[in-house]
Ligand binder design. Structure first.
Ligand code: P5A
Length: 429
């Protein structure tokens, strides 16, 4: 993408409404624009990051055998009356009427609707287990939307729902997804701690929140010190091993009953990026969902549900990876992998070197932002640092005379003078 043709509305000043660094950087880097409290437009740079997160989540789920669907964001209220949650969600649920005075709601979550799909088609145990998911917008009329996309009212969620013939199989899937979630967050450049949590309005007998540590996180968590060794890379641990270590959300932590001695117990703030629930029969009992079992008789279906805050993750990644100059994207989610700076647009040699680099990277499908504007060098460097491409290549008149360009690694700040060929080789591997 040529910057001269892109839409990148950067802000020079720190926006006063942003209280945490990820919100501030997302506004300054022209990623999002607030339209109402907790409701945002995703501008081109932000959308690229959001799409990358969504793609990685979908890839991992598909590989784990989950099957993607897409449900509407608007739902009739009847299903919610059937499950008994119509009243339970109260003001958090946005309700309205269509022209025929039929009541609709904007989906805050989709247990009821996925069950409606399931019961229309699945009649036998032979179709189970089945794990269906979607990635779609939700609306929750949060009392206090804040921190930008972290606690929005409209937000993008991956919501998955699994169906099983017995509780053991639902548990097996629950713990399988527990491992898949760690893998997903790792691919996104994050280390997460799964803490036992309250299942709240979703319900069920067992639940874990996936927390990314950050001082600005809204959750208070308590955990075994061994998690810190895993986070720092000092120790490797399987999901099974980690599940045996103590980790609890605030509401489940009881100091007297905690197995970790007080002087070793870690206490931290976290951002909840995922939440999984073993639902059992909560919804299938309310909605009478059976399939024929192996012996021919009807058996009640058991369920689990799995959520990931896709839009919240974009904020969480920035919260975990930035410096004073701006965002430092992990490669996997970077909206652009390379930022190419032409220090003297109009100079034949600079233009030719940039065009060669840009065309080569584009041909190899490496997302590159080419700053071909006539902004001053200082401004170009600052903008590139702010938007955080993992690699920056700078082409200037002095360098091209000696056939070199400067290559900078955003994360380490390390700079190197290289020939165009070597710079390209470094990126293309
Ligand atoms: C699981 C999927 C559920 O809704 N039903 C379907 C279950 N779980 S949850 O914990 O309530 O939400 C799942 C994840 O969505 C993110 N999230 C939010 N992100 C941004 N703004 C919000 N207001 C918001 N509320 C929830 C979280 O990451 C949560 O773990």
């Amino acid at each position: 993408m040529r910057l001269s043709q892109f839409f990148l509305p950067l802000l020079k000043e720190n926006p006063s409404e942003a209280q945490i660094v990820s919100h501030r950087l997302m506004l300054r880097a022209g990623m999002i624009k607030q339209q109402a409290a907790g409701i945002y437009s995703w501008l081109p740079l932000g959308l690229r990051a959001l799409d990358n997160v969504e793609r990685i989540v979908a890839e991992e789920l598909d590989e784990a055998g989950c099957v993607r669907v897409l449900m509407p964001t608007l739902q009739p209220t009847e299903l919610w009356k059937e499950s008994g949650r119509y009243d339970a969600l109260g003001k958090e649920m946005l309700r309205f009427k269509d022209r025929a005075e039929r009541e609709l709601l904007y989906s805050p979550t989709n247990e009821e609707m996925i069950i409606d799909i399931f019961r229309s088609y699945v009649k036998s145990y032979k179709s189970l287990p089945l794990n269906l998911y979607q990635i779609n917008w939700k609306f929750r009329d949060e009392v206090r939307p804040r921190f930008g996309v972290m606690r929005g009212r409209e937000f993008l969620m991956k919501d998955g729902y699994s169906f099983h013939v017995d509780l053991d199989d639902a548990k097996r899937e629950y713990f399988k997804m527990y491992d898949v979630y760690h893998k997903i967050f790792n691919r996104l450049g994050l280390t997460s701690i799964a803490v036992s949590a309250d299942s709240g309005a979703i319900g069920g007998s067992l639940s874990h929140e996936f927390q990314v540590l950050a001082e600005t996180g809204e959750s208070q968590i308590y955990y075994d010190p061994r998690f810190d060794d895993v986070r720092s890379g000092k120790k490797k641990a399987s999901g099974e091993e980690m599940r045996s270590w103590y980790a609890a959300a605030d509401e489940l932590h009881v100091t007297d009953k905690c197995p970790v001695p007080k002087d070793q117990l870690r206490e931290a703030r976290g951002i909840e990026v995922g939440h999984i629930f073993l639902l059992g029969r909560k919804y299938t009992d309310a909605m009478n969902i059976d399939v024929t079992g192996p012996a021919g008789a009807l058996v009640r279906v058991e369920m689990a549900t799995f959520g990931i805050g896709v839009s919240r993750l974009v904020g969480a990644i920035i919260e975990a990876s930035h410096d004073d100059n701006g965002i430092i994207w992990p490669d996997a989610v970077a909206p652009f992998k390379v930022g190419l700076i032409n220090l003297r647009v109009g100079d034949r040699k600079c233009d030719d070197a940039c065009t060669l680099i840009y065309d080569t990277l584009c041909a190899k499908q490496v997302d590159t932002l080419y700053d071909d504007t006539d902004e001053r060098p200082g401004g170009k460097f600052a903008s590139m640092d702010l938007i955080g491409a993992p690699w920056q290549i700078t082409v200037g008149p002095k360098g091209v005379e000696r056939d070199v360009v400067e290559m900078k690694h955003r994360k380490t700040g390390e700079k190197q003078e290289l020939s165009v060929e070597s710079a390209l080789a470094k990126i293309l591997g």
